[in-house]
Design a protein around this ligand. Sequence first.
Ligand code: CTP
Length: 394
Amino acid sequence: MDKKCVVVGVTGGIAVYKALDVISTLRKNDIEVRVIMTKSATEFVTPLSFQSLSQNMVITDMFDEPKAWEIQHISLAKRADLFLVVPATANIIGKVANGIADDMLSTTIMATKAPVVFAPAMNTNMYENLMVQENIKKLQEYGYKFIEPASGRLACGDEGKGKLADTKLISEIVLSMLNEKKDLIGKKVLVTAGPTIAPIDPVRYITNRSSGKMGYAIAEEARDRGAEVVLISGPTSLPDPFGMKVVRVKTNEEMLNAVLEHFDFIDIVIKSAAVADYKPQNYSSKKIKKSSENLLVEFTRDNDILKLLGERKKNQILVGFAAESNDVLENAQSKLDRKNLDYIVANDITSSDTGFGTEDNKVTIISRCGETSFLDKMSKREVAKNLFDIIKRR
Ligand code: CTP
């Protein structure tokens, strides 16, 4: 299969260097990148940097010697699976919105049928200028996509909106748009992720080592396959993923309430959160002071959220996780039965390079009807892909 191709249009602004970061991420994801720079962009960063990172010749001028028999702006326009303008100045937005095609970038954008995404970056007053806002609105109505700039201190010293959006976010949006599998369109997916905490007093709590990475990867995969996603997350250090509803909770009870609020409208529920099974019997509203005695905290059982969902479920597909240190498959199978699940994802937490806090995971997925899939060690995103493939095969 041909590689996906993103044509990156770079226009002149102080954020030009940040486009290199986006290109580097796209290349790491095996995307072919073709770069077109406007003349003013080349004043900020030389084409050589873009050439080295994209591993392709950079086009800067309409009247460059043709590198092939095809007319470049037409061949690139056709080759693009997606067109990304980063950073996008008020000038390029204005040109495209008003049908002006007077250089390589604007002509190629006019000639492409691929989705076009603009990531604007400019001074706040320029961004807020009604002419720019009108142009953006017009282009959005025509189906062009915009990645909103962030607020902060701008290069010119002003404070406000106009900073190029986070480059990680820009890359994620592009990769998400290129995702071919859209087999979850129309489905509502609820994912729980991360740990929960059980407070002991106003300053102390117990929790576990879940990083939330597995659940976030599942939520992102569902989003990219077209699902409407609700992510209910315990405390993690991960930023909110774009394009989904994120509900932040802390305790078992908060997670239960958030899940129940959505459960009846959901098609697929994936409970990857590591929920605390116990909480202190007596929460101390005052900070517990130290003394010479040992401290005993008695714990009482808390809700088994997944079990409650299993009892309540109608047509929902219910997927649980089982983090085990021994008898992995037997324990997982017993959880699947006890909690009335459709699938259980079992992993062995004794391995140091998979599971809690790591980038990879090695899991076995068992279905209610006895089908068992042993997956190799792979990234958490790959695990998420396999999980949805298995659910969709049903
Ligand atoms: N789970 C839950 N509520 C809890 C505990 C776990 O919803 N109070 C969910 C987890 O999100 C996960 C699955 O149940 O999907 C894990 O099953 P569980 O038997 O609770 O695992 P452990 O808590 O590890 O149980 P055990 O100590 O018995 O192995």
